[in-house]
Design a protein around this ligand. Structure first.
Ligand code: ATP
Ligand code: MG
Length: 265
């Protein structure tokens, strides 16, 4: 394995007006990691992902991807060169079929045409478990499958880094594990993942490292269980609504049990 990290940020910062949303943010992500990102509302998680994906420009600092300075590269350029993003609210082209939606992504972000685009689209749908719906209109998909379509569209850009922003949002408890398995299999196929999620147990089921962000800075990072147990992180979550604390405590307990049983789920 090369010693060069897949992604590195140096002194990354972003201001919106007078609001310093990210500051002095140094992050290194190695190929093969599934980095979970947690933090209270407004902590700057989505801003960080947007800055990494290129849809928001940083006010300060630099971003290196595979050793190349991509700080000034557009989101479209980054999508074509290995960085793809999936968002919480799926935005499929509703008048197109499921396959056509992924074909558009393969053509534009994947920069492929003809048979090559078709082949990548078909394999992306297969990876996302959507082959059976290929010819259905995207508008007919239930929420879980629209989320999978969002991931399939990102996979059609052939990414080496996949950025996920709250893709489990709005799903039922029974549906969340389906998405967790999808992320696990995408990562197993060699894609590095950074995943923001409020559904903490979804993250801890697959994350190899957890990072907690508050006020645009790293509060704690490292082994998921140690981060969840850390007094700093607990105090941040104890300051939240009782439901969030319950979700948080349940995730911490579940991860602890899984570790005790020698599993990662
Ligand atoms: N385009 C923007 N213009 C002005 N302020 C913004 C913009 N985008 C984000 N902010 C502000 O930056 C702060 C961080 O927002 P961000 O969306 O990154 O937080 P988050 O950690 O993703 O929160 P959540 O958990 O609610 O999704 C918030 O105070 C938000 O209002
Ligand atoms: Mg957000």
């Amino acid at each position: 394995m090369s010693s060069q990290p897949l992604l590195e940020t140096q002194n990354l910062g972003r201001k919106f007006g007078q609001l310093q949303v990210l500051s002095g943010f140094d992050l290194t992500v190695e190929a093969g990691e599934i980095l979970g990102l947690i933090g209270p509302n407004g902590a700057g998680k989505s801003t960080l992902l947007s800055v990494l994906g290129g849809s928001v420009a940083p006010s300060t600092g630099k971003i290196f991807f595979e050793g190349e300075d991509v700080t000034r590269k557009s989101a479209a350029w980054r999508a074509r060169h290995g960085i793809a993003t999936s968002y919480q609210i799926p935005r499929p082209f509703v008048d197109m079929t499921v396959l056509e939606n992924v074909l558009v992504a393969a053509s534009f972000a994947g920069a492929l045409f003809g048979h090559q685009a078709q082949a990548l689209a078909v394999s992306s749908l297969e990876r996302a478990g959507l082959t059976a719906f290929s010819n259905d209109p995207a508008s007919s998909l239930r929420l879980l499958d629209r989320k999978r379509l969002e991931v399939a569209r990102a996979l059609a850009a052939n990414p080496r880094l996949l950025l996920l922003d709250e893709i489990a949002g709005g799903l039922t408890e029974a549906e969340v594990p389906v998405l967790v398995e999808l992320v696990r299999s995408v990562a197993a196929s060699g894609v590095t993942v950074i995943w923001i999620e409020h559904v903490v147990h979804a993250l801890t089921a697959v994350a190899t490292r957890l990072l907690c962000l508050t006020y645009g800075k790293i509060l704690a990072e490292g082994d998921p269980q140690e981060v969840l147990d850390s007094p700093e992180v607990r105090s941040v979550y104890l300051g939240m609504a009782p439901d969030d604390e319950n979700e948080f405590s349940a995730a911490a307990a579940k991860t602890k049990r899984a570790r005790a049983q020698g599993t990662n789920a």
